[in-house]
Design a binder for this molecule. Structure first.
Ligand SMILES: Nc1ncnc2c1ncn2[C@@H]1O[C@H](COP(=O)(O)OP(=O)(O)OP(=O)(O)O)[C@@H](O)[C@H]1O
Length: 275
């Protein structure tokens, strides 16, 4: 873990960001710098705007106001170059769709395929450039799911679905991984495997940014923490941000939000530090 997490170059920098659904503003004046090559946890109660922040970062939602940069350039440049991979929550995928694990993970290559010669893109999948199949294979090996490559995605368990979503993000071979609750609802072996994959990504110099409700896991693994609930409520090391006092403040901010008809997170998820 790093002492001063702010000293690193920002992989993503957000300035003066506001985001809203119709007239309902859910993110206000967000100022954030996600350190390059570090592992950041975004923590906040249900409805805090964490997924909305990811929607803005991935370009699926236009902010009302504000700027977002990646590596000190407009983020759109890096999005188009495939440098930013996104793993959505499991619920965001249509699991009944009749596609295999392999085809789903190949979805992570579509951005890169745009750079291939047109004739390749027009031909059936077996004519695609070998580097796409290699990236898919490597990603499936990383999450220990190669044996399931031909399996329809509808036949997977919850933990296996998470692994496939992670593999799709890994197949993109991006510099920045945005992961929305990658550990939610997974069995302990899958959790261990996902954490080791994320550690490896960081060791390779990539930036990992994950939304999590798992405080003990965040304390143990990440370098940097962002507390969010409509506004940024704090940024710093896990020791500073995930202290009982800080989490109590965040819980109070979530109670304030409840008064404003917002859903809160179960208090247990903000339990005291362990160890
Ligand atoms: N498509 C939408 N239309 C209208 N309001 C939305 C939409 N998506 C989210 N919201 C609202 O925006 C607010 C922030 O939602 P968001 O999903 O970003 O929160 P979150 O922090 O990711 O929550 P959780 O931990 O429950 O996933 C919530 O009040 C939510 O009800």
């Amino acid at each position: 873990m790093t002492g001063n997490t702010q000293s690193a170059v920002a992989a993503i920098e957000v300035k003066g960001l506001y985001a809203a659904y119709q007239r309902n503003t859910v993110l206000e004046n967000i100022e954030l710098a996600f350190p390059k090559g570090k592992w950041t946890a975004i923590v906040g109660p249900n409805g805090a705007g964490k997924s909305t922040l990811f929607h803005v970062l991935t370009g699926s939602m236009k902010p009302l106001q504000g700027s977002v940069k990646a590596f000190d350039e407009p983020i759109v440049i890096h999005r188009r170059a495939g440098h930013i991979a996104y793993m959505a929550q499991r619920e965001a995928i249509e699991w009944d769709f009749p596609v295999s694990v392999w085809e789903t993970v190949m979805g992570g290559r579509y951005g890169h395929m745009r750079q291939d010669a047109l004739w390749r893109r027009l031909l059936p999948a077996r004519w695609h450039h070998a580097r796409h199949s290699e990236a898919v294979r490597d990603a499936l090996v990383a999450v220990d799911m190669l044996a399931y490559a031909d399996r329809p995605i509808g036949e997977l368990s919850g933990g296996q679905k998470k692994r496939v979503l992670l593999a799709r993000a890994l197949a993109q071979q991006a510099n920045i991984l945005l992961l929305d609750e990658p550990l939610a609802g997974v069995d302990p072996p899958s959790e261990k495997l996902i954490l080791s994959v994320l550690r490896r990504e960081r060791e390779a110099g990539n930036t990992v940014i994950m939304v999590t409700h798992d405080m003990p896991g965040a304390r143990r693994h990440v370098d940097h923490v962002v507390l969010i609930n409509r506004f940024v409520r704090g940024t710093g090391t896990p020791e500073e941000m995930l202290s009982e006092a800080k989490l109590a403040e965040l819980a109070v901010s979530s109670t304030e939000q409840t008064v404003n008809d917002r859903q809160t997170m179960p208090g247990a998820a903000y339990g005291p530090a362990q160890g």
